[in-house]
Ligand binder design. Structure first.
Ligand SMILES: C[C@@](CO)(OP(=O)(O)O)[C@H](O)COP(=O)(O)OP(=O)(O)OC[C@H]1O[C@@H](n2ccc(N)nc2=O)[C@H](O)[C@@H]1O
Ligand SMILES: Nc1ncnc2c1ncn2[C@@H]1O[C@H](COP(=O)(O)OP(=O)(O)O)[C@@H](O)[C@H]1O
Length: 299
């Protein structure tokens, strides 16, 4: 498939007399990969303690936000499989509105590209982008740390997108340290199934005692994804996709699946692999992203 590079330049739209934007169009919500994921324990509330490396990609959804002065928040388009009230963009907007007591609202249009239940963090990234962009549109003045805290209420994966850089994560995924990684091309393959994160974490077969590693020791050869065994047992398509991609480069699953990925040696190799993908699956190439495209909006 063509390289679906993420538009990194949202349009500010028309300007009010007070110099404030009234719309932000094409706000990027990048995908993530979990380069590894170790389950190292479990909290009393059932949430799992993890160690993982998040890598942001230049591929994702985009979101249009239009200011409303009547306080109403709504999604303007239908998204198959996600009701408006359940959509993380709507929930993120309502939560920010509540926490900041703003009287403003927004019309939200979500342009969905990322496969759902793919382990690419699409919903979480949509939520983070909504928080960052509405904070600007509504001039609600929340800091990056404040938005990370609000984001955590929506999901364990939301804070890293607000953090906006590749990260080594601990806790439930919210304790973040910036990770400097060389730029890379990846091939991402969707085996065509959607895997609910909760189903994998609640499996009795999941091992929850991988020994802790130090961030400095992080290297693909010494790490793995604990969720992969459970996902592959339940969804054989995931194992098949890993086996196929492993013919080209070391392949593993991202997050709780279903997508699998491999680092390519070059863009050309990424092209060759995506072109030879069997028609029953979808494959994309994507490049690492050093920073979230909206990073500067939270300085
Ligand atoms: C597995 C990861 C890895 O990055 O990504 P995805 O595969 O979902 O993209 C994340 O930890 C997913 O984060 P997120 O998708 O935001 O999860 P949440 O909505 O908070 O939780 C969904 C379900 O997973 C379980 N969960 C989630 C995170 C965690 N550290 N421990 C858990 O046990 C929760 O109990 C909940 O039932
Ligand atoms: N904006 C959204 N985009 C995707 N999924 C969403 C969104 N809002 C809510 N969801 C729900 O979250 C679930 C998991 O979403 P997603 O982030 O795509 O997968 P993953 O957690 O595997 O990375 C979806 O199946 C859907 O029910």
């Amino acid at each position: 498939m063509d390289h679906p590079a993420l538009n990194t330049a949202p349009l500010l739209g028309t300007v009010l007399q007070a110099g404030k934007p009234t719309q932000l169009l094409g706000c990027p919500a990048p995908a993530k990969l979990n380069l590894f994921l170790h389950v190292v324990g479990r909290r009393p509330d059932g949430y799992h303690l993890l160690q993982t490396a998040f890598r942001l990609l230049d591929w994702g959804d985009t979101i249009d936000l239009r200011l409303r002065t009547d306080g109403v928040i709504r999604r303007t388009n239908a998204i198959a499989g996600v009701a408006e009230e359940q959509d993380l963009v709507v929930r993120a907007a309502r939560l920010l509105q509540q926490r900041t007591a703003t009287t403003l609202g927004a019309d939200i249009t979500l342009h969905k590209q990322l496969p759902m239940g793919g382990g690419l963090g699409g919903g979480s990234s949509d939520a983070a982008t909504t928080l960052i962009a509405l904070n600007r549109l509504w001039q609600t003045g929340q800091s990056r740390a404040q938005l990370q805290t609000i984001g955590l209420e929506l999901g364990a994966d939301v804070p890293v997108f607000v953090f906006g850089e590749d990260a080594f994560a601990e806790g439930v995924g919210e304790q973040l340290q910036a990770l400097t990684l060389p730029s890379a091309w990846y091939v991402i393959l969707s085996p065509g199934v959607s895997i609910p994160t909760a189903e994998i974490f609640s499996s009795k077969d999941l091992t929850r005692n991988t020994p802790l590693i130090k961030m400095a020791d992080f290297a693909a050869s010494t790490t793995h994804n604990d969720l992969q065994t459970v996902a592959c047992n339940r969804y054989p398509e995931v194992q098949e996709a890993i086996d196929w991609l492993s013919n080209f480069a070391p392949a593993r699953m991202t997050g709780s699946g279903a997508c699998v990925f491999a680092e390519a040696r070059s863009e050309e190799q990424a092209d060759r692999i995506t072109k030879s993908c069997p028609p029953r699956w979808k494959a994309w190439k994507a490049r690492s992203l050093a920073r979230h495209p909206l990073y500067e909006w939270l300085q």
